[in-house]
Design a protein around this ligand. Structure first.
Ligand SMILES: [Zn+2]
Ligand SMILES: [Zn+2]
Length: 409
């Protein structure tokens, strides 16, 4: 087999992995570059010209792994979980930039092996900040490759990693996410520890606003646990309320619990798209009205930077944020972007204290060694990293590639 990292040996996000066997050629993940610079804009046989690829597999629904799915030529099949697709589409139906995905996809499920010509692929659910993320075991010509996708082991699903790796056993090649290679060697806190940190920091505040990714379902559980500990009502904004309709995990939400409120941000309310209204807002209308009353008590609510005007209104006009704090619970790097800066400046002007409490969606340094110990690969290729040489700290089987370089397995 031949492996080429078309893009992603020197960057986080926008990573395309190509695997070729005697009969088939596949791509794993096809998303946007995080910095917005389009490197490798078009790929012959994948996005233009005559199709030469037999399939694309998407590990999870983060923009940097699937954002370019609609650029793939019509006749090339794309494999991704239906649930991941629906969550992605729900988020983008609320924003003006993108709507539903046009490209047809074939559903993939945990531990259900499928074949693309002579390549066998088995997805395994893995812990990450995107719900329903997969690692992929790829088998062909008597060889086994494990592509980790993005992963960690300190979230609520973290315990399954060791079990999965032991089930997979010895592999020939490991292609691993190396996001945290450039970070300090510190052991990451768990989501469970984050509950204690947030609860401790916010116990004297009546209104707690969590600035977080709406698709980070572990963080929603964390938010619920903080509310239970500190005696606050949970309020989900309309986007999160809709995502929780899809998620199979039992998390109290507006449809299964009377105690959870729903907030409708003004930017969404103004959107006069009747289809969006019918599908996503109408089912929650009664609860949205009831939630207006709850806003005067103690509550905890998820927010996004696009809700800046709502926060201003709640604070200055409705006067319900009289003892409020914001928990910044996202990747630190986002703060460099203008709209985050603007948001955080405004919080300061409104006299709302901001605390930084977050755990990463990516594995810390303790995990790489463990993966290698269990799966005993003969070669290890780091991707999704800005410091690929660091893999040598964990193995003497490192294969350091440049983008487009071929590795023969
Ligand atoms: Zn990623
Ligand atoms: Zn990701």
């Amino acid at each position: 087999m031949q492996i080429r990292i078309l893009k992603g040996t020197n960057q986080i996000g926008g990573v395309f992995t190509e695997i070729s066997s005697k009969k088939a050629k596949i791509i794993i993940d096809f998303g946007d570059d995080l910095d917005g610079i389009k490197r490798l804009d078009n790929i012959d046989g994948l996005t233009k010209g005559n199709p030469t690829y037999d399939g694309v597999i998407i590990t999870h629904n983060h923009q940097d792994h699937m954002g370019r799915i609609d650029d793939i030529l019509d006749s090339i099949p794309v494999y991704m979980s239906d649930l991941s697709r629906k969550i992605y589409e729900t988020v983008y139906c609320f924003s003006s930039s993108k709507g539903k995905i046009k490209k047809n996809t074939i559903n993939i499920k945990n531990k259900q092996t499928f074949e693309i010509k002579d390549i066998k692929i088995t997805p395994y659910v893995v812990d990450h900040s995107a719900y329903n993320s997969f690692m992929l075991l790829i088998e062909s010509e008597g060889k086994k490759i494990l592509h980790t996708g993005d992963f960690r082991n300190h979230g609520y699903k973290g315990v399954i990693l060791e079990k999965t790796l032991k089930e997979i056993g010895k592999i020939d090649l490991l292609i691993t996410d190396g996001t945290t290679f450039s970070r300090e060697h510190t052991k990451s806190k768990t989501e469970e520890e984050l509950v204690y940190d947030i609860a401790k920091k916010t116990k004297d505040y009546d209104q707690v606003l969590i600035l977080m990714s709406t698709t980070n379902i572990d963080r929603v559980t964390t938010m619920q646990k903080v509310a239970n500990k500190t005696g606050k009502t949970v309020i989900h904004d309309i986007v999160l309320s809709n995502i929780l309709r899809l998620v199979t995990q039992k998390i109290p939400n507006a449809l299964n619990s009377k105690d959870v409120g729903v907030f409708l941000p003004s930017s969404i309310y103004k959107k006069k798209d009747i289809e969006v209204y019918k599908e996503f807002i109408l089912p929650f209308e009664k609860r949205i009205k009831e939630t207006g009353k709850k806003l005067h008590g103690k509550f905890i609510m998820n927010i996004r930077v696009s809700m800046l005007k709502d926060i201003e209104k709640l604070k200055l006009k409705n006067k319900v944020l009289n003892n409020c704090c914001v928990i910044y619970s996202m990747w630190e790097e986002y703060k460099k972007e203008d709209y985050y800066k603007k948001f955080l400046d405004k919080m300061q002007k409104l006299g709302i204290k901001v605390f930084n409490l977050h755990v990463s969606g990516h594995a810390d340094y303790t995990v790489y060694k463990r993966i290698i110990d269990i799966t005993k690969p003969d070669a290890v290729i780091p991707i999704h990293t800005e410091n690929k040489e660091k893999i040598k700290d964990y193995t003497n089987k490192a294969v350091i590639l440049e983008d487009m370089e071929v590795f023969d397995l």
